[in-house]
Design a protein around this ligand. Sequence first.
Ligand code: SF4
Ligand code: SF4
Length: 199
Amino acid sequence: MEGLEDGRLLVRAEDTLLGEVVEMPVDMVVLATAMVPAADTEQVAQLFHVTRSEDGFFLEAHPKLRPVETATDGIFLAGTCQGPKDIPDTVAQVSGAASQALGLLQRGSVLIEPITAEVLPLRCVACGLCVEVCPFGAIEMVERRGQKLAEVNPALCKGCGLCVAACRGKAITLHGYSDQQLLLQLGALLRPAELVAIG
Ligand code: SF4
Ligand code: SF4
């Protein structure tokens, strides 16, 4: 606040987008307090594998196409867990999230991705790298016949392929996208001479 101009309050501030100091006479100044995510946001995010924004609030799957959904199926967002918002926005979002949840329950079945990852047990050395990189929490370490190895839950896997790229021992394959299948597709596309050049 800089004082008075023609009996009105004069606000002096920096417009960070323009990089200029601006002044404007106003009738009233309302200061809004800052809002930060709840203290247990990180814990909840880890539990449900929900991603967070730079500010630490929960992040929607897509700001325009899936505004109340998260990257985890069946987990929906509503209210200020997603960031500061007013009551009308919150009420509208709650209605949307409730409709989405109801639709899921009424269908009675869940469609899963046809392309999912699979661990080749004989190659897995249980390094745990795939568990760390999977953004959907679809991989866990299990024990089979005394051997520790990674296992993919196909109901959670979205087929993103991150684990396949991360596994140094090539112990994970994506259904329909094995090295052999990709090479065969290339073979069908390229002329024999080009194949020889690549090989
Ligand atoms: S990254 Fe590969 S080797 Fe390591 S635990 Fe996962 S599947 Fe096994
Ligand atoms: S393909 Fe993607 S979603 Fe599926 S297990 Fe691998 S990293 Fe997770």
